[in-house]
Design a protein around this ligand. Structure first.
Ligand code: MN
Length: 221
C-alpha cells in the first residue's frame, strides 16, 4: 500500500456530504485502518427505497462501490447491472444495521458476504493492475469470500458519459461458476451475524444508538 492517510480525505468527500454522522451509525471514515496484507471486499444487502446489493472493492485506501440491483450471479451467462456510487470508507466493511428513515440510504444493511480479493491472476504488481482495470473500465478480479469465489469482471458501459456510469458485473467461467444457480436467493442471512434482514431491522428498533435530539431532518436528494 502506497496510500497516505491524508489522501483518503478528498476521496470520501461525497460520502460524507450525503450523511449526518450524528444521526446515522454508519462510519465517518475518520479513523485509522490497521495495515493489512490483503485487499478486502464486502457485499452488503441493502433494503433502501429499492432493495439492492452493494459490492465494495478496496483500492487505494477506500472501498470502490457499486449498487447491484439484482445482486451477483454465479452464472457466467448472467450480466448484472452495477451502478457505480461514491467511494466508502474501509470501516464500512463492518457495518451492519439500520440507517434511519429519511437519511441517505435509509433502510436495513446486512453483511451478505466478505473476504479478500485481488487481481485475477498472478502479477508482480496486482494493485497496479486493479488500478488500471478500474481506470479502463475493464476490471478483472478474484474473490475469496464465504459465498462468492473465483474470477469476475466489471465492465463499464458508455465510457466518459457520466462520472457515475453503469457497469456490468459478470462471473467468469471457472471452478466457482454455477450455471443456473441463484446465489442471492440461496443465502438469506448475514455472513457476520447469521441474522435475516427482519432480524437486523428488529434489533435496530430496540436500540437507538443516536440521541433523539440529534434527529433533525436532513434531506438528501
Ligand atoms: Mn446501498
Amino acid at each position: 500500500m502506497t496510500t497516505k492517510l491524508g489522501s483518503r480525505k478528498p476521496a470520501l468527500t461525497e460520502y460524507r456530504r450525503k450523511r449526518n454522522f450524528k444521526i446515522t451509525a454508519e462510519p465517518s471514515g475518520a479513523g485509522r485502518v490497521a495495515k493489512r496484507v490483503e485487499l478486502e471486499f464486502v457485499i452488503q444487502k441493502h433494503a433502501a427505497s429499492q432493495l439492492h446489493f452493494d459490492l465494495r472493492l478496496e483500492l487505494d485506501g477506500v472501498m470502490k462501490s457499486w449498487a447491484v440491483p439484482k445482486g451477483p450471479s454465479l452464472d457466467p451467462a448472467v450480466k448484472r447491472l452495477a451502478m457505480e456510487v461514491e467511494d466508502h470508507p474501509i470501516e464500512y466493511n463492518k457495518f451492519e444495521g439500520t440507517i434511519p428513515a429519511g437519511e441517505y440510504g435509509g433502510g436495513t444493511v446486512m453483511l451478505w458476504d466478505r473476504g479478500s480479493y485481488g487481481y485475477w491472476r498472478a502479477d508482480p504488481d496486482p494493485e497496479e493492475r486493479l488500478r488500471e482495470g478500474y481506470a479502463r473500465g475493464d476490471l478483472k478480479f478474484a474473490l475469496k469470500g464465504r459465498r462468492l469465489k473465483g474470477t469476475w469482471v466489471l465492465v463499464r458501459l458508455r465510457r466518459g458519459e457520466s462520472t457515475k456510469p453503469p457497469w456490468l458485473l459478470i462471473k467468469h467461467q471457472d471452478a466457482a461458476a454455477r450455471p443456473g444457480s441463484d446465489v442471492v436467493a440461496e443465502y438469506q442471512t448475514s455472513v457476520a451475524s447469521r441474522r435475516t434482514m427482519a432480524g437486523i431491522a428488529k434489533a435496530a428498533d430496540g436500540k437507538r444508538t443516536k440521541p433523539k435530539e440529534a434527529r433533525v431532518s436532513r434531506k438528501t436528494k
